[in-house]
Design a protein around this ligand. Sequence first.
Ligand code: ADP
Ligand code: MG
Length: 720
Amino acid sequence: MATLRQQALGIVQARPRVKVTPPSPKISDFFGTNVFGTDQMKQSLAPSVFKKVMEAIDKGSKIDVQTAEEVASAVKTWALSKGVTHYTHWFQPLTGSTAEKHDSFFDAHAGLEKFKGSALVQQEPDASSFPNGGIRSTFEARGYTAWDPSSPIFIFDNTLCIPTIFVSYTGEALDYKTPLLKSLEAINEAAVQICQLFDRNVRKVTPSLGVEQEYFVIDKALFNARPDLVMAGRSVYGHNPARGQQLEDHYFGSIPTRVKDFMVDFEIEAHKLGIPVSTRHNEVAPGQFEVAPVFEEINKAVDHNQLLMDMMDKVAERHGLKVLFHEKPFAGVNGSGKHNNWSLITDTGVNLFQPSNSARENLQFLTFLVATIKAVYDNADLLRASIASAGNDFRLGANEAPPAIISVFLGETLTGVLDELEKNGNIKIEKGDNMYMKLGISKIPEIILDNTDRNRTSPFAFTGNKFEFRAVGSGSNCAGPMSTLNVIVAEALNTMAKDIEKEIEAGKEKKIAIVNVLRKYIKDSKKVRFEGDGYSEEWEKEAAKRGLSNLKATPEALDVYAAKATKEIFERHNVMNALELHARHEIQLENFIMKVQIEARVMGDLALNHVIPTAILYQNKVIQNANGLKGLGLDHSAAVETIKEVSKHVESLKSNVTAMIDARKKLNKEEDVVKRAKGYQKDVKEAYFDKIRYAVDKLELLVDDESWPLVKYREMLFIR
Ligand code: ADP
Ligand code: MG
């Protein structure tokens, strides 16, 4: 009988192309048609109701019962007109994906479709099995979802989806959205306070986010024939193909037809959902691609990214494809990340990270730039923790970048500006002097945007008018790292405001006060700035000398969540309390353990059930051959050599798999979750994964191709 691998390869080559026809050649004709957005609300709500909803969005004010009723009624009418039958509160529990529980509009008692304001505003899903890190005891297992009007209601898969937060009965956040929304208040307050030093008109500052999303695409049949991909999202075995990414012919190359059809299809769905996707291209690794939207207000951007991933998964199904969001599905080629392009924008329309021609605005720009650098320097470990996951460990600090060392890249021009500002620390500024000229900050070339050096190896790079946090894992929810970034920058801005105030109180003119503080911060945070090759060994050494952390594995990267300073900073900004922080620490550790455990099990199962039996069957054939040759009096040394090699690898496999199972058994008895996670890292993953993989990958090269059961790398990466 043909192996699953052979059957799969047959299916792929016979797979017909799925033609996609957009509803209209013009995107504007269907953009946002599945969204109950501002336009929809304006059309369908009474002006007074519309005003109240807009206020709730802008100022976070509460929506009263009457308003909720009117919105619910309008939403229902709109949804029914589009053939929608069910609604759901759509939320982002700490599993990392999104959750929904559909309820029908149809009320059997009344015999008609109903949707009450109360159902819009709040629900109590039976959510006791979502991770809660001990927040909810079993007797109080209730969780609530509550409408977040700042993210628009949408229709997905014929269901009306209402974006909500998810909290426990006692008010603790059980999701990603709640801390994100709170972090927006923190950064708003801190940033407005600094803006006011420059422009009294600024009333609100909002972070913007544009997420470049990387992903792999492989044929569904090939995916299904790899139990490791199905179970763990990652191939645990597979010898490097003869050709990988060394030709660099895939990057920005012509997009393979089936993938292109898939892209067109999911882009249409994205546009209907109001997700402004605009860029598509091949990425570095074969089979790897990227999609990027135009940036949006951060809460919307995060929701859109979550929705996009979910939707891509569904659309791929129609094309017989599978999307992989794992950070490292294939060893030996690049992994996938999610570049988080982040900036701060005022209600007066100024991007605070945009250098300009005006000297005064430039001082404001430098203030925010330096505060962010300082924030990253002071809280590098928190940023590192915010992106820690079992999957991302295969990227960060593994063979290819970005490294687990958090550093900031600025580019030559800005480095020059900051160096000069620091160096000119002793320049005396007299009354009537042009301070900006004297300090060399009167003009930061506008071309900076076009000539920002592209250092792709930096985990946190300034790219012209925004910072780009590149170390975020491709599968993660951006809300985690973005809440952390908002909080630490808020902290730096607040400290800065106090320091400037002190200088002013000491009699310094405002401008001078600001510059003095900037100089100090530039000096203090200099160690975190790095312009060189982040992938290099020299950088690891240099970073160690500088005292920068290099936390390669998730369990140790998460230690910072237990630190007193972490609790203080999150509490000070009213983003998370000690209990919520502790819960997250525990959930992430558990998640890490489960991921490693699943991978270890898949490795064991595949080795014992697929690889060893296949190797032994093949070995028997070679034994027959050796005996035959021997009987004929011919040289059979090559055959004997192969027999020995197969034996060697099979034995190594058997003993390592057995030892790994024992190590797991021992660790599973460990009650302390921190110790258990660290044990899984060291005594399971580090101790056995590479060894076991080595033996399997060697056997793949020895055993005849026809009987090898696992789809090979060259097939997964190149056949579609
Ligand atoms: P690349 O980094 O690959 O060169 P771009 O510079 O075009 O790509 O931008 C990548 C992402 O950054 C896009 O999603 C884009 O909308 C977003 N972006 C651009 N400007 C900003 C900004 N001021 N704030 C946040 N995101 C931004
Ligand atoms: Mg980029």
